[in-house]
Design a binder for this molecule. Structure first.
Ligand SMILES: Cc1cc2nc3c(=O)[nH]c(=O)nc-3n(C[C@H](O)[C@H](O)[C@H](O)COP(=O)(O)OP(=O)(O)OC[C@H]3O[C@@H](n4cnc5c(N)ncnc54)[C@H](O)[C@@H]3O)c2cc1C
Length: 433
């Protein structure tokens, strides 16, 4: 064969030259494409925890693929309370300012006896030297998820895939794979590491065959979203107020121009009786009687659990957030703790993937987070629930007196607020090697 510049070559030589060109150009490209895939982190679940992990990883230049079962972000009425350290930790990603803008500051919260209005008021500003956000923020969790998603969609390292239902995970020494269903087709994608942030019913956790030990609380709780100015009718009300009433309790949680009323069931009525519109109306009228019926914008019933997964890490697969632990919402710690998981884990993955840290560092994630979740989140939330579910007036009175004493003493209040604002737990975790 004659080449364009006139020289004659045999077919054998030409074939050899083509092969060399292939190995010098295309093969290295394909090789690096594989390496890139193996450097990807795969995340199951685009809830606030999965998206927080994605944000931290992508901000460090790590490629991330998020698989979400639903076709859009979930928007059901769940978390509203964000604690100071969570806002501090999310600030570098530009989402805390969005939440502050869309939420409502809660410089104090209270435990209150209804209808007398006797109360213990917890001043969060006592933490002003420990946080840039010395308040609780009342803001729907979907605001956080949406703010994270909006930023993630502008980052070239990230792909968020909706309508992708993760079924199982598998792994070997060099990588981990996620198998998911999308539009009736099953696909498997391989990456370096997998994070299961797919909520309470986590498919990742089930695929790993891990126990989710714990129990479910007996009562069914109700959350009614109501447009009514409770603050104008209940003197000195805080934007987060946990209230005892005769024979029961309720919470008032303000979110901008509406209140979430958590109605805890009465012992002398069945759940079915308490779920009727008449019962909801009666519960609201008991809080503030008014001639008009209440306008209930949304209603949600739920059962609370206290559970913890038996392992946070299995090889190249990790669990975080509700996939790893569940707790009573009283005190607002479940989601906050999940975000703390996500950012703790992301920090270690970044050290391993970007800074050459040994993979054994990843075991520290479980060593740091598991005891804190057990001792400072599940135990504290359980104690909060038990205190508010107490029916004995004498025990309630003693409890209120003790809390008022704490609030009146700045040093005691400071210690109490370090615990209830989740700062102590994070400091305790940071000490664990
Ligand atoms: C009434 C109520 C009030 C609460 N209030 C507070 C509060 O004030 N403060 C607080 O800190 N916590 C609170 N919590 C807890 C908080 O809502 C949860 O801890 C939080 O939602 C956990 O976030 P997550 O991302 O881990 O899980 P989720 O929010 O459940 O997100 C998991 C995501 O994974 C997706 N998914 C599920 N299965 C799959 C699958 N197989 N494949 C792909 N994707 C999947 C889901 O669709 C979802 O988008 C409250 C909970 C309740 C019920």
């Amino acid at each position: 064969m004659r080449l364009p510049w006139g020289r004659k070559v045999g077919w054998g030589r030409l074939k050899c030259a083509i092969e060399i060109a292939y190995y010098l150009t295309i093969f290295p490209y394909r090789q690096s494409e594989n390496d890139m895939t193996n450097q990807e982190v795969l995340i199951a679940g685009a809830g606030p925890v999965g998206l927080s992990a994605a944000m931290a990883l992508a901000s460090a230049g790590i490629r991330v693929r998020v698989f979400e079962l639903e076709n859009q972000l979930i928007d059901d009425p769940r978390a509203t309370t964000f604690h100071p350290p969570t806002l501090d930790m999310l600030e570098p990603y530009g989402v805390s300012s969005v939440m502050v803008q869309k939420g409502i500051l809660c410089p104090h919260w209270q435990i209150r006896w209804h209808p007398s209005g006797e109360r213990a008021v917890f001043d969060v500003s006592v933490l002003q030297n420990d946080t840039k956000h010395p308040y609780r923020l009342q803001c729907e969790q979907t605001v956080l998820s949406q703010a994270l998603l909006d930023r993630l969609l502008t980052m070239p390292e990230v792909s968020v895939e909706f309508g992708a239902a993760v079924q199982q995970v598998s792994q070997d020494e060099t990588g981990a794979s996620v198998t998911f269903d999308r539009e009736g087709r099953t696909e498997t994608i391989r990456g370096a590491w997998v994070i299961g942030a797919d909520g309470a019913h986590s498919a990742v956790r089930k695929s790993l065959g891990l126990e989710f030990e714990g129990s479910v609380y007996p009562e069914t709780n109700l959350i009614a979203t109501v447009r009514f100015p409770f603050e104008d009718h209940l003197e000195g009300l805080s934007n987060v107020s946990y209230c005892w009433r005769d024979g029961g309790n309720f919470s008032l949680l303000r979110v901008r121009d509406v209140w979430r009323v958590a109605i805890y069931p009465l012992a002398d009525k069945t759940i079915e009786e308490q779920l009727t519109p008449e019962s909801i109306e009666a519960a609201l009228q008991h809080i503030v009687p008014q001639s008009q019926p209440y306008k209930v914008l949304a209603l949600r019933a739920y059962r609370a659990h206290q559970r913890m997964v038996s392992k946070y890490r299995v090889g190249r697969v990790f669990l975080a957030g509700d996939a790893a632990h569940l707790t009573s919402p009283t005190g607002g710690m479940g989601l906050n703790g999940g975000v703390h998981d996500a950012l703790n884990l992301a920090e270690k993955l970044i050290a391993v993937m970007r800074q050459g840290a040994p993979e054994s560092l990843l075991d520290r994630y479980e060593r740091q987070r598991r005891p804190v979740v057990q001792d400072a989140i599940i135990a504290q939330s359980h104690a909060n629930r038990a205190r508010m579910r107490e029916l004995d007036p004498e025990k309630r009175r003693a409890s209120l007196r003790a809390l008022q004493e704490i609030c009146a003493d700045r040093d005691k209040l400071y210690k109490h607020m370090l615990n209830t604002s989740m700062i102590s737990g994070l400091r305790q975790a940071a000490q664990v090697e």
